[in-house]
Write a protein that binds this ligand. Structure first.
Ligand code: PEP
Ligand code: MN
Length: 337
């Protein structure tokens, strides 16, 4: 950390700040310059809050040399984290496909979709139980009943399942039924939930908030990892911009940026990012070409009857076609499907 300050700063206040900083970092040096002076901190500065420095009116700037997150950073761990769930690996050479409907709508629906996906080939079944809908009048999901049907599908077709949790009170229920627990975009900064999930022995699929920066996503992941759970999968799912042609704007460059900054697996959800099924195929191909470790896709057995996100749902045939095209891109970038 490098702190620049004005030369006319009251000496006793500079000493007070330096003394305070030494409580957090043992190597604090003051370098006097002609016009400005610097306080340089070498070593761990993660516990230092910039606001405690900026309170002084004579401070020019505070610059971090290292990242504000630690455990999730590439600096901390060079090798990619590979997460294994019931024989499925996430973050390795293989591209991992999470697929299923937006919401579990009935026992028959989820079993039918799971059976078709199993035939087509996929890695992990998704399906919402408690839906975070913008309108309170929209379908809210089947709740705990959905978890029961997902578990049944998982046992019958031998696939792991992922489902979004929306309440810290449901952690035990989710940990006992799901193989991976999803934190949705709307809860990315629900810090109580993140801390509690840090204590759970299940991988967490953490989606980027719709107005969250990459650094905020990594800080959210740091909450989970620093509380004891190292198995976090990051998911880019589009961010809000001024562009109206798609539901959100898929931040494709977040993939190589995240791959550089963190060792955690990075997947992409082109369904919620685009909101339109015609764009899901090109964005899936682009995501894998850009280095994503997997995809989260909404697939429905009968999209026109879907109770949520019908316009972005792929049919099973769309999914089969997508998989074929994806295999070519995966091969071109040295990955396996
Ligand atoms: C979902 O995956 O079901 C979902 C609601 O996505 P997001 O949290 O990205 O909006
Ligand atoms: Mn959805």
């Amino acid at each position: 950390m490098v702190i620049s300050f004005k030369n006319d700063a009251p000496i006793e206040q500079v000493e007070e700040l330096v003394e305070n900083l030494r409580r957090y970092c043992s190597n604090v040096q003051v370098v006097k310059g002609e016009e400005i002076s610097l306080i340089c901190l070498v070593g761990e500065t993660i516990h230092i809050d910039e606001n405690m420095i900026n309170v002084y009116p004579w401070i020019n700037s505070v610059a971090r040399v290292s990242t504000p997150y630690k455990l999730v950073s590439r600096e901390f761990k060079k090798e990619d984290t590979v997460i294994n769930v019931k024989g499925v690996s996430i973050g390795g050479e293989k591209i991992t496909i999470f697929a299923g409907p937006c919401a579990v709508e009935s026992r028959e629906q989820i079993l039918s979709i799971c059976s078709s996906l199993k035939l087509a080939g996929f890695d992990c079944l998704r399906g919402g139980a408690f839906k975070m809908r913008t309108s309170p009048y929209s379908f809210q999901g089947l709740g705990y009943e959905a978890l029961k049907y997902l578990k049944e599908a998982s046992e019958e077709y031998l696939v792991p399942i992922v489902c979004e949790i929306v309440s810290v009170n449901d952690i035990d229920e989710y940990a006992s039924k799901c193989d991976i627990i999803q934190v949705g975009a709307r809860n990315m900064q629900n810090f109580d939930l993140l801390k509690a999930l840090g204590k759970v022995n299940k991988p967490i699929l953490l989606k980027r908030g719709m107005a969250a920066s990459i650094e905020e996503l990594l800080m959210a992941a740091e909450y989970i990892v620093s509380n004891g759970n190292p198995n976090v999968i990051l998911c880019e799912r589009g961010i809000k911009t001024f562009e109206k042609s798609t539901r959100n704007t898929l931040d494709l460059s977040a993939i190589p940026v995240l791959k550089k900054l963190t060792h955690l697996p990075v997947i992409v959800d082109p369904s919620h990012a685009t909101g339109k099924k015609e764009y899901v195929l090109p964005m899936s191909l682009a995501s894998i070409a850009a280095g994503a470790d997997g995809l989260l896709l909404e697939v429905h057995n009968n999209p026109i009857t879907a109770k949520s996100d019908a316009s972005q749902a792929l049919t099973i045939d769309d999914y089969i076609d997508l998989r074929e095209r994806l295999a070519l891109v995966a091969k071109a970038v040295g990955r396996k499907l």
